[in-house]
Design a protein. Sequence first.
Length: 87
Amino acid sequence: MSQPHIDIYTKFGCGYCYRAKNLLEQKGAAFEEHDITMGGPKREEMVSRAPNARTVPQIFIGDTHVGGSDELHALDREGKLDSLLSS
């Protein structure tokens, strides 16, 4: 089974970003990180994908907007993250 593409938008020094990336790494999930510390086109891309998102990280697994670190960890606690990562 192939893993869906994962995008995570982060900023330098963000503890929540670190926690989210750490959980994905523990799960063996490959992800593409987009540093939006200085703004730019990737920040604009994040806002267009999640119009109400103003904080980081913002995590997308395939076509699913997971949200931030707290939402990612909640999915893991509920036993839903592994199936999302393998869909």
